[in-house]
Design a protein around this ligand. Structure first.
Ligand SMILES: Nc1ncnc2c1ncn2[C@@H]1O[C@H](COP(=O)(O)OP(=O)(O)O)[C@@H](O)[C@H]1O
Ligand SMILES: [Mg+2]
Length: 204
């Protein structure tokens, strides 16, 4: 029997692989039509490489990050790779997830993405879903909500983040070459990020 963290990562991978064409089509509008292809290739490797029998969440996330770094390519490979590697540090040696650790992992992922990509909220990137998701998550949790309830709120905020990316021009990444012509299109990275959070919510 495989461990829960493996099953969760596999579920994320399957969601991304299922949506490969959709994510690639979004990237065709404002980028170079490879986001879904890149991410699906990366998560196929994650499903193959992460140890199914090791319940250590940190070890699984670290392997995921390293695998994404080496297989995804593009801008999103290093960014997602770093996000998982930073989240891994929070879960090192742990086999259970609680709200506090999950929030700390989201913070660590955001910090890692920002250190590498130098983007802020409002530049039409994955951060436009991730930062509001983290804020909603923390607010809910502080109000006494369960991990599941806080994740529900995070997913609502992440989806609102996708909608917000449609209204703004990209100022980071390949889509920024289009300037104002990127307005009206939703960001592929914000979309894959939201799918990731929704899969985790549904899994828990
Ligand atoms: N500097 C950045 N910070 C955060 N996210 C970024 C940055 N640059 C690009 N992205 C994200 O990466 C996504 C594009 O990924 P992908 O298509 O795989 O890479 P590439 O743009 O190199 O082809 C964008 O939709 C955006 O969400
Ligand atoms: Mg691309």
């Amino acid at each position: 029997m495989s461990t829960r963290i493996y099953d969760c990562l596999k579920a994320i991978g399957e969601k991304i692989i299922e949506n490969k064409d959709f994510l690639t089509d979004l990237d065709r509008e404002i980028g170079d039509a490879d986001h879904g292809v890149n991410m699906a290739r990366g998560f196929q490797a994650v499903i193959e490489k992460v140890d199914q029998d090791n319940p250590d969440i940190g070890a699984a996330l670290k392997k995921t990050g390293m695998t994404l770094l080496s297989t995804v390519g593009g801008a999103s490979g290093p960014l997602y790779g770093t996000a998982y590697m930073e989240a891994a540090k929070v879960f090192a040696g742990k086999t259970e997830v609680n709200g506090e650790d999950f929030g700390a992992a989201l913070d660590a992922a955001i910090a890692g993405i920002q250190k590498r990509g130098k983007a802020e909220k409002g530049e039409k990137t994955m951060l436009d879903s991730l930062i509001p998701a983290k804020d909603a998550f923390s607010e809910k949790l502080a109000g006494g909500a369960s991990l599941k309830e806080a994740l529900d709120a995070a997913c609502v905020a992440a989806n609102e983040g996708i909608e917000f990316t449609k209204t703004i021009a990209a100022t980071k990444g390949r889509a920024s070459y289009l300037g104002d012509r990127s307005i009206g299109h939703q960001d592929p990275g914000a979309t894959s990020l939201t799918m990731t959070l929704e899969t985790i919510r549904d899994f828990l």
